[in-house]
Design a protein around this ligand. Structure first.
Ligand code: DSN
Length: 412
């Protein structure tokens, strides 16, 4: 960092402040994590200098012999990790991975079925302002009001009524396991293709803790930076029969040169996830989420679906007289980072919804376990019960800073 400090002290300074923020606070954003030092190193290499449009062995630039090795390793490792036939590791992010599948299998105006954003879905699953809602006719299923689990009766009814070309599942704020097999049966019955966006729970799939979409889905998309703990990026898994079409859509269809430093970092992440220790890590993410959920519930917080089966939970803070925005900002002032989030059947708007989303992947990476989750839950409760008490927030922040010293962040 010395060169940067000298040449651009403003950017260097902001990065240093962010480094302290990541080290001194409790990171509970469900879609974030801390990469290993090795992933960070790969992402920060001279590979950023290289153009490599095309695929290994078929590039449009000279000098690609070394990046070919890297991309081939990344693809092979992704396939081995998830038991897939083909991997495209070039999508810059999850949105691009999803876009690549849509562009491959849908024509503008075609109908597809996906989970409602307000019930835990994702922007790229057909939100009206997103390309996925503008270019295509997105129909949405939701969760049941009674237990906040996916309403399969509604999925079946909508699939039969609309005969979508594609059925999509996967979520960014859904605390339960998704039954991919059930979706696959419905897709088969109505003659639809089936895509799973496993971005949030990919690490749990890799560890065998969540049923895998690979055997039953036509296309699986993911990010690499959430439970999978890699660099910020995306990838697509599919059968060999779909390989040519999906590769052609990613390049030259929608992207130019792949970010080879990030492809290398993805290869490192897949290698790490193939190690036995990753299974222990993923198990601990889920155990930590359960303990944190129990702590919050016993402190009077209402959770969507009553708890969690995976790495995240959704708390309805209106039940204790707050809004998601107030909860997010008071927790922030105490050194606890979460994001405000809609809860199913929310009566409020996305910019100040009724809930907050809380996830355990990042704290688990720091080595925190169940005992620490009880303390973390205790601090969350102390803040939410007195969100305007600045002295209390300052006291909690100090305690958290001290506590965090015992749990180093990899790479810091
Ligand atoms: N924006 C991500 C999340 O926070 O879940 C999903 O892409």
């Amino acid at each position: 960092m010395c060169a940067l400090k000298t040449s651009d002290p403003e950017i260097w300074g902001a990065i240093e402040h962010e480094r302290s923020r990541q080290r001194d606070g409790l990171e509970l954003i469900a879609s974030e994590n801390y990469t290993s030092a090795a992933v960070l190193e790969a992402a920060g290499t001279i590979l950023t200098n290289k153009y490599a449009e095309g695929y290994p062995g078929r590039r449009y630039y000279g000098g690609c012999e070394h990046v070919d090795v890297i991309e081939t390793l990344a693809r092979d490792r992704a396939c081995k990790l998830f038991g897939a036939e083909h991997a495209n590791v070039q999508p810059h992010a999850g949105s691009q991975a999803n876009m690549a599948v849509y562009l491959t299998v849908l024509k503008p105006g075609d109908t597809y079925l996906a989970l409602n954003l307000a019930h835990g879905g994702h922007l790229t699953h057909g939100m009206s302002l997103n390309f996925s809602g503008q270019l295509y006719h997105a129909i949405h299923y939701g969760v049941r009001q009674s237990d906040h689990r996916i309403d399969f009766d509604q999925v079946v009814a909508l699939a039969r009524e609309h005969k979508p070309k594609l059925i999509v599942t996967g979520a960014s704020a859904y605390p339960c396991e998704i039954d991919h097999g059930r979706f696959a049966e419905i897709a088969r019955e109505v003659g639809a293709l089936f895509m799973v966006d496993m971005a949030h729970y990919a690490g749990l799939v890799a560890a065998g803790l969540h049923n895998s979409p690979i055997p039953v889905a036509d296309y699986v998309t993911s990010t690499s930076h959430k439970t999978l703990r890699g660099p910020r990026s995306g990838f697509i898994l599919t059968r060999e029969a779909n390989a040519k079409a999906i590769d052609k859509t990613v390049f030259p269809g929608m992207q130019g040169g792949p970010l080879m430093h990030i492809v290398a970092a993805k290869a490192v992440c897949f290698h790490e996830a193939l190690q036995p220790a990753f299974k222990d890590y993923a198990r601990q993410i889920v155990a930590n989420a359960k303990t944190l959920a129990e702590t919050l519930v016993s402190g009077g917080i209402k959770l969507a679906s009553g708890g969690t089966d995976n790495h995240l939970m959704l708390a309805d803070v209106t039940a204790i007289g707050l809004t998601g925005k107030i909860a997010e900002s008071s927790l922030d002032r105490a050194g606890i980072t979460v994001n405000m989030n809609m809860i199913p059947f929310d009566q409020r708007k996305a910019l100040d919804p009724s809930g907050i989303r809380i996830g355990t992947p990042a704290l688990t990476t720091r080595g925190m376990k169940e005992a620490e989750m009880k303390r973390v839950g205790g601090w969350i409760l102390q803040v939410l019960k007195a969100p305007g008490d600045e002295a209390n927030l300052t006291r909690v922040r100090g305690e958290i800073r001290e506590f965090c010293r015992n749990f180093p962040v990899p790479g810091i």
